[in-house]
Design a protein around this ligand. Structure first.
Ligand SMILES: [Zn+2]
Length: 129
């Protein structure tokens, strides 16, 4: 059995490390939970992006049908603006909830950076369109 603190080799029955006195029965449960949670968050984020991707495909399909049947361009611009705000709004809210409940600081910081990038991209999109 390897000591978690000093990496010294100990016998399998050892209760404490012969080198540093570390409790050998100790396992860091918080770290395991945090890893599980991080993986779960990653899956939620990926799943959510997949849903958003499908939403955009559906909107593009609808817009193509609309323009083919002679729909006006103001309507198309409005559709895209509403969809964009809906997409950004729901993404930011989801990321914010995950950032608040996250046990892992690296995950929390990544989510906050992602939120800021997303908001910045949305404003640059609005300014250029
Ligand atoms: Zn030790």
């Amino acid at each position: 059995m390897i000591c978690l603190r000093c990496n010294a080799e100990n016998s399998e029955e050892a209760k404490f490390c012969k080198n540093c006195g570390m409790d050998m029965s100790y396992t860091p449960p918080a770290k395991k939970d945090s890893l599980k949670q991080s993986v779960l968050f990653l899956l939620i984020v990926l799943g959510f992006h997949y849903v958003m991707f499908i939403m955009w495909e559906a909107i593009n399909f609808y817009v193509r049908k609309l323009t083919a049947s002679g729909g006006n361009s103001t309507e198309v611009v409005t559709i895209y603006k509403v969809a964009n705000w809906f997409g950004t709004g729901s993404t930011v809210i989801l990321m914010l909830i995950l950032a608040i409940i996250s046990k892992n600081n690296a995950v929390r910081i990544s989510l906050i950076i992602f939120i800021l990038i997303r908001i910045a991209l949305n404003f640059s999109y609005l300014l250029t369109s």
